[in-house]
Ligand binder design. Structure first.
Ligand code: ASP
Length: 412
């Protein structure tokens, strides 16, 4: 029995769990909340991996890259792709919001008001300082991904500069990465159970009235994300990375399912790392660096949604927006998606600043917060797929990918 279970490739077990979870949640209703604990335990286990996995793998990745020039060429290519895709995503959100007008004709009496998180003010000085790992131990204790990457990069560069003298230290990080990847493999066996419980909980406890009232917004959120994945990422995979699209999605299905059910890019990071390395054939140095960085600064689903939601709020409250407002929204939605934390509702926190800048009432956040989870799940799956797409494209430009492995991506 156990053998039969393990004989099924993990991605098939995960997809099965996703579908079954949806059915069980639909039949069970709010009672499905009682199994959410299984999902929470799963998330706790993958969160446990984030700090040690990033730290070991980014340090050993940078050390393995061998020279700083090469690190620079990986870095600027990835960041350029992050910026371009983010911009296209925002424009898409604004276009969908303008054409389909999701904020018109909403019956607000049917909405279930969600709690409004404290809006995050955009202060570039604060953002800059938050990237500096003042206390590396504190950064690890608080699981702050961006300053952790900065610290890991510096340790890796230090190892490079120290040369032979740092040999034993480099070995420790290589060994540490191997160990963490093995632990990731063990934890990933929990994926079907975690995904099943989380999806059952979401579907069972969904306020259907609220979703119906916001059906257009929810539909636009899904359509926007599907266009980003199906058109933008697929084009990058075909024309820039020149890899097998089917191989890519087959190799990424676990990470996409985990992202969809947990609504957290950060929690999915260990799975994304493993998928890009093992299933997509990206070299360890490139994948550890680009995927980790992408998980915190590259959020195309969130960027698209921030643009869309601002137009939604403006339409709901009858605020007229001029061309200059569109530019402000595009700019702030991009900054917001970079600054958003890879946690459930991370994008919601960023809405306040965009809304305030163009005069959209903050009450809009309470209206959308009630159904945010169902939209967040799709945004997160998009964000994570975007990280992997850019990783594969960057690796392909630099010859850091084994395309044969990607084409035959089978199981994790
Ligand atoms: N939950 C998303 C993520 O982790 C961020 C968002 O709320 O859009 O990527």
């Amino acid at each position: 029995m156990l053998k039969a279970w393990f004989n099924i490739p993990l991605w098939q077990r995960v997809i099965g769990a996703l579908i079954l979870g949806g059915i069980v949640g639909y039949i069970w209703g709010p009672g499905a909340e009682s199994i959410k604990i299984i999902g929470d335990v799963f998330i706790d286990f993958i969160k446990m991996l984030i700090v040690p996995l990033i730290f070991f793998s980014v340090v050993s990745g940078v050390a393995a890259i061998g020279d700083l020039g090469r690190l620079g060429s990986v870095g600027w290519r990835a960041i350029l792709l992050f910026v371009i895709t983010g911009q296209i995503a925002v424009v898409l959100g604004l276009t969908l919001g303008t054409i389909f007008q999701p904020g018109l004709g909403v019956d607000t009496s049917m909405l279930q008001m969600g709690s409004v998180p404290d809006p995050a003010p955009f202060d570039w000085r604060e953002m800059l300082r938050s990237m500096i790992p003042v206390s590396p131990v504190g950064v690890m204790a608080e699981v702050k991904v961006l300053p952790l990457i900065v610290f890991a990069l510096l340790v890796g560069i230090g190892i490079l500069l120290a040369g032979d003298e740092a040999g034993p230290v480099a070995k420790i990080f290589d060994g540490g990465t191997a160990v963490m990847l093995k632990i990731t493999a063990i934890v990933m066996e929990l994926t079907p159970f975690g995904v099943f419980a989380l999806i059952a909980w979401v579907v069972g406890t969904l306020g259907l009235d609220a979703v119906t009232a916001l059906a257009k917004l929810v539909a636009m959120n899904y359509l926007g994300c599907l266009l980003i994945i199906g058109v933008m990422y697929v084009s990058i995979l075909v024309f820039v990375a020149r890899v097998s699209v089917i191989g890519f999605f087959r190799g990424m299905i676990d990470a996409m399912a985990v992202a969809y059910s947990t609504a957290s890019s950060s929690a999915t990071l260990p799975v994304t790392l493993r998928c890009t390395q093992r299933n997509l054939g990206v070299s360890k140095p490139t994948s550890s660096f680009v995927v980790s960085l992408g998980s915190t600064i590259n959020m195309d689903g969130t960027a698209m949604y921030l643009g869309l939601a601002t137009l939604f709020g403006a339409q709901l409250f009858g605020v007229t927006l001029g061309w200059e407002d569109y530019f402000i929204i595009a700019l702030l939605a991009t900054v917001g998606s970079i600054g958003a934390a890879g946690i459930p509702g991370g994008g919601l926190v960023m809405m306040g600043a965009v809304f305030t800048a163009v005069g959209v009432p903050l009450e809009t956040i309470a209206f959308v917060a009630g159904v945010d989870r169902i939209m967040d799940m799709m945004r997160t799956a998009t964000n994570v797929t975007g990280d992997a797409t850019v990783t594969v494209a960057t690796a392909s430009m630099l010859g850091e990918i084994d395309k044969g492995e990607l084409a035959s991506a089978d199981d994790v």
